[in-house]
Design a protein around this ligand. Structure first.
Ligand code: ADP
Ligand code: ZN
Ligand code: ZN
Length: 740
């Protein structure tokens, strides 16, 4: 017997299948998906890999498989999925396989379980930023120490024996780091149950209203009959979608199967998990990136060992080891976090649909503002549509007002708060009610421009504007971390007319405190949210201490429940709708509707949207909270301009240090694809990307518009393989979040 083995490696040259002979005594133990150790190349060390096929003979002279690692093997379904992903998303099979392995393992073997009750945990003693600075300034000289600190920056608070294995050092290194003030070693309980210390009251099942019932019955039909179907629950926030999910899950569990619930990373909050715990108890497992490696490993095992019946997780939970899944639910299905921006560039929604078909189970998508593409499919009856029109607890939607910022300027108001917003904030402070101020992060950080010559201070490594940080008075690059002191004269024309543009959360906070000296505020953005749980901590503090105002970026938008918030202010809606990406209007609308949903969850609330484009349809529709009108306008535009759902968008990205090679290679790829002359395929010439240089690497791109078919995948593959590429990295991104 022979096996085809994929070596566990990122190297493109190893993205091949190697044949090995299966020793006779292994023949009964080996299967597709087995993890094996094999002799490879000249090294005497064994390499690890996975069996992706078995066959009687091989045309090659083969070495023998040395060992099978039974515990860490994958299933045949895993391998089929990994192959499919490699083809569709242009990655190595091993890239996909990595997502399916237990957390913390890679090529290393971990024994994370222990019988002890308490143990030493290693925590960072300083901020991640400080540690990273120390590393880049050469303060940490030892490679081992660096490895440990870098690991802790990603996963703070690791069980000491685990950390030894993961970073390949001995515990002496932690002691040295502790002595020098970089880490703290704390004795803690080992039981890594993320729900420990929780005090949860049981939540009883509700009697569904007519709309909910119709939806439930519709989907339950497919559960009862073991049939595939795609379903969209389109219903405003609070219309009772989660209640339907939970009742469907109950049915699935009754049938002896299990349930997978995907939610956007950021809305995977304890409040959200608590609802499932309250209904189903401890059979819930949670998977997301904020858990420590140990916690993730434990949750993964609870799933693998069938102790957890319901898995709630972010995008990558689609790979949770659960053979008998009976329903896949994707909440907030429009959220961009379901599409990965890193290799493998998969879309969890596509994979969910594939798995649901293969297992003959229903897929349920839920949203108040479905992705345009999803809604189009629902209108065309490729997806079953269920609409919930009422809020389950009969709360009214908040009143939304638009303020024209151009007019404010004409009135002489130069502050970032319109008179209306100032008044409303004041009223809220007086009434002891809470306010949320929302700021779009994308493209809306402070940048510095010379008003005499128009010069913009940019990063020397990346061609993008530097961001001003008032703390430390520095300019920073958000892509590569380059930092420099802020400037007072223009480096180009020596003029002193340097102006700081844009608004960061810090600046909003400063202005707010100038205007209302007694106001209490709390900020939430990438700067304040870096440590484990601190996202949660900020929100809890805001809620519990009844702080007057929360100022935040995107992160404040999703799913939280603040009973005392009666005012939401959007500082400037424009940055979310003005961008050269076809998806930005859709996303801007969704964001505004969601932000508005934060106001008045229990009492009637108010929303003020400030904008320079009060006539834009996305803003007017958001004011009316009317998705249907927005959809009908947006779909017309998409049709006219031939954008998804009327075609797929494929971006081929080229990057590298050698700009000449990039030009040549991209031109070759373009020519090869173009010469095949497919009617239905539209290809744009290679051009520099919107941000044409990051970390000293030049970036070019080609955009294709067409329906993504097997033939198209072949054409692209052919183009890349015949481009003479040497040092340029080529990435293919299917329906990316951003074309930039
Ligand atoms: P969504 O997921 O659409 O935001 P939820 O399922 O969270 O909506 O429902 C909002 C609130 O209404 C929750 O507190 C929920 O318990 C309650 N609720 C949902 N359905 C019902 C029902 N049929 N009867 C009573 N309360 C309900
Ligand atoms: Zn100048
Ligand atoms: Zn940079």
């Amino acid at each position: 017997m022979h096996a085809e083995v994929i070596i566990n490696s990122n190297a493109r040259a190893l993205n091949k299948v190697f044949d090995y002979k299966v020793p006779e005594d292994m023949e009964n133990n080996i299967h597709i998906g087995s993890r094996v150790f094999v002799p490879f190349g000249k090294s005497s060390k064994l390499d690890d890999g996975f069996v992706i096929a078995l066959k009687d003979s091989s045309e090659f002279e083969c070495k023998e498989i040395a060992k099978i690692e039974k515990e860490e093997s994958l299933t045949e379904d895993n391998i089929i999925l990994a192959k499919l992903m490699a083809r569709k998303y242009f990655c190595n099979i091993s890239d996909s396989i990595k997502l399916m392995l237990p957390p913390g393992t890679g090529s290393k073997k971990l024994d994370l379980r222990t019988k002890e009750k308490t143990g030493n945990f290693v925590f960072l003693a300083k901020d991640v930023e400080e540690i990273l600075d120390d590393i880049s300034n050469g303060i940490i000289k030892s490679d081992k120490q660096k490895r440990v600190l870098e690991f802790l920056c990603q996963n703070d608070g690791v069980y000491s024996p685990d950390l030894e294995v993961l970073t390949e050092v001995t515990s002496g290194v932690f002691k040295t780091l502790e002595k020098n003030g970089f880490v703290e070693i704390v004795e803690k309980q080992i039981e890594r149950n993320p729900f420990i210390n929780k005090n949860i009251t049981r939540d009883e099942k509700k009697v569904l209203n007519d709309e909910q019932k119709k939806c439930f019955d519709g989907i339950n039909f497919f559960i009862e009959n073991n049939e595939y179907s795609s379903n969209l629950i389109y219903g405003i926030t609070g219309s009772g979608k989660t209640e339907i999910y939970m009742q469907l899950i109950e049915k699935v569990l009754e049938k002896g199967k299990r349930a997978l619930v995907l939610v956007p990373e950021i809305s995977l909050t304890p409040q959200m998990v608590d609802r499932f715990l309250a209904r189903f108890g401890e059979v819930v497992a949670v998977l997301h990136s904020k858990l420590s490696v140990g916690e993730r490993f434990d949750e993964w095992n609870r799933i693998k060992e069938n102790k957890a019946k319901i898995v709630i997780g972010a995008r990558s939970a689609i790979f949770a080891p659960m053979e008998d899944v009976g329903i896949i639910i994707i909440d907030e299905e429009h959220d961009s976090s379901y599409k990965s921006d890193m290799t493998p560039r998969y879309n969890a929604k596509d994979l969910a649909m594939y798995i649901a078909k293969q297992k003959e189970i229903p897929l349920v998508l839920g949203s108040a503002t479905p992705e345009i593409t999803t809604f189009y499919e629902a209108k065309n009856r490729n997806i079953n549509l269920y609409t919930l029109t009422k809020r389950a607890n009969n709360m009214n939607l908040p009143e939304v007002e638009i303020v024209d910022l151009r007019q404010e300027l004409a009135y002489g108001n130069k502050s970032m708060f319109s008179y209306k917003l100032q008044e409303a904030i004041k009223k809220n402070i007086d009434n002891k009610k809470q306010t949320i101020l929302f700021l779009n992060r994308r493209g809306y950080s402070t940048f510095i421009m010379c008003r005499s010559c128009g010069y913009i201070v940019k990063c020397k490594n990346c061609n993008i504007p530097l961001t001003y940080h008032s703390f430390g008075n520095t300019l920073k690059c958000h892509y590569c971390g380059y930092e420099t002191s802020s400037v007072k004269v223009c480096p180009e024309c020596q003029s002193e007319k340097i102006k700081y543009f844009g608004t960061g959360t810090q600046k909003v906070e400063e202005e707010l405190k100038k205007m209302f000296p007694d106001i209490t505020t709390i900020r939430m953005d990438i700067d304040t949210v870096s440590k484990k749980n601190s996202h949660e901590e900020i929100l809890n503090e805001f809620k519990e201490k009844n702080i007057d105002c929360l100022i935040g970026t995107q992160m404040v938008v999703k799913g939280h429940h603040f009973p005392n918030v009666t005012l939401v202010g959007v500082i400037a809606a424009d940055s979310s709708i003005n961008s050269d990406d076809y998806k930005s209007v859709e996303r801007g609308f969704q964001t505004l509707v969601q932000v508005a949903g934060r106001s008045g969850r229990e009492e009637t609330g108010k929303v003020i949207i400030q904008t320079y484009n009060p006539d834009h349809y996305a803003i007017i529709d958001a004011q009316k909270q009317d998705y249907d009108i927005f959809y009908s306008q947006e779909i017309e535009l998409r049709k006219m301009l031939n954008y998804p759902p009327f075609c797929d968008i494929i971006v081929i990205r080229f990057s590298g240090e050698n700009v000449k090679e990039i030009q040549n290679v991209s031109k070759k790829v373009y020519d090869k694809i173009n010469n095949l002359n497919e009617d239905s395929l539209f290809i744009y010439k290679p051009v520099p990307a919107t941000i044409d240089k990051i970390k000293n690497k030049y970036r070019w791109r080609i955009i294709l518009k067409c329906k993504l078919t097997s033939r198209v995948l072949d054409i692209i593959k052919y183009g890349i393989e015949n481009s003479g590429v040497k040092d340029t990295s080529i990435v293919v991104d299917i329906n990316p979040n951003s074309m930039m």
